[in-house]
Design a protein around this ligand. Structure first.
Ligand SMILES: C[S@@+](CC[C@H](N)C(=O)[O-])C[C@H]1O[C@@H](n2cnc3c(N)ncnc32)[C@H](O)[C@@H]1O
Length: 252
């Protein structure tokens, strides 16, 4: 694992990952480059500063409302030992909220797409440089979450799953341009999201995670697995957080 404070310019491992990410963005007809010290993904010709960037720093700077569903889910872990594993890192907003919702827990965030993983690494680096303490406890794993889960030694306290950006509803406005760009980069017609969710849930159960949370749009299905129905759910207008509580906090 690379040092959290590393700069790609001085860390050969990160530099190689960044080179791969730049090539991968170019192959998708996009540009991945620094603008004012921030790594961002843009369309060619688009003005610097308007691209997609990691949300780790912005999520940590924003004041966390105590009612944030993830905050409640993380705080409910109590003294349960283990890391938080975010299997679907994306731009890192949920990872950041999870890290900020505890004072000492490590959060490992997995991301398989090289461009998104590079954005995440950059977001963590900037947040550490800005002195945002929770960022020191975030580790970015570039690779598939299933292989990371299989290699996990001790059972994680919490496994988080947010499989794909929710599909656009007919009635809603188009998402912001950067988000449309990210969706087009990640869209893979061959991927069956429901099958993937199922695999991730089964793997999380196998490593004996204390809690598992699945974040999906309210009308998305929750796959049937040996976990059975969720222990509880928190619903907002746009999202549903399904939680399987497998060890009560005081069983730790
Ligand atoms: C909806 S986004 C997650 C958004 C994230 N929760 C946030 O706050 O920004 C889903 C991300 O998970 C990644 N992903 C999906 N399945 C994965 C897997 N099996 N291993 C690693 N990354 C995965 C996708 O590449 C995508 O970037």
């Amino acid at each position: 694992m690379s040092d959290p404070e590393s700069d790609p310019a001085s860390d050969p491992e990160l530099e190689a990952e960044l080179d791969l990410a730049v090539a991968s963005a170019a192959a998708a007809g996009m540009v991945l480059e620094m603008a004012d010290g921030v790594l961002e993904l843009r369309l060619p010709g688009e003005r610097p500063g308007g691209g997609v960037r990691s949300e780790i720093e912005s999520a940590l700077v924003r004041r966390l409302e105590s009612g944030h569903p993830l905050r409640r889910i993380v705080q409910g872990l109590g003294e349960t030992p283990g890391v938080i594993l975010d299997l679907t890192g994306g731009l890192g907003a949920d990872t950041a909220v999870a890290a900020a919702s505890s004072s000492s827990r490590r959060v490992v965030t997995c991301e398989r797409h090289p461009v998104v993983a590079a954005l995440l690494q950059d977001g963590r680096r900037r947040a550490v440089a800005a002195g945002l303490e929770p960022a020191n406890r975030i580790e970015v794993h570039h690779g598939d979450a299933l292989s990371r889960l299989r290699g996990e030694g001790d059972p994680p306290a919490l496994v988080m799953i947010d499989p794909m950006f929710p599909p656009r509803r007919k009635s809603s406005a188009l998402p912001p341009k950067p988000m449309q760009r990210l969706r087009s980069l990640l869209h893979d017609a061959a991927t069956d999201v429901d099958v993937e969710v199922r695999e991730l849930l089964v793997a999380a159960e196998r490593v004996d995670a204390g809690r598992i949370v699945l974040k999906r749009p309210p009308d998305a299905m929750v796959p049937d697995t040996s976990l059975g129905p969720p222990t509880f759910e928190i619903s907002t207008k746009l999202l549903r957080w399904s939680v399987w509580e497998r060890r009560a906090a005081n069983d730790a």
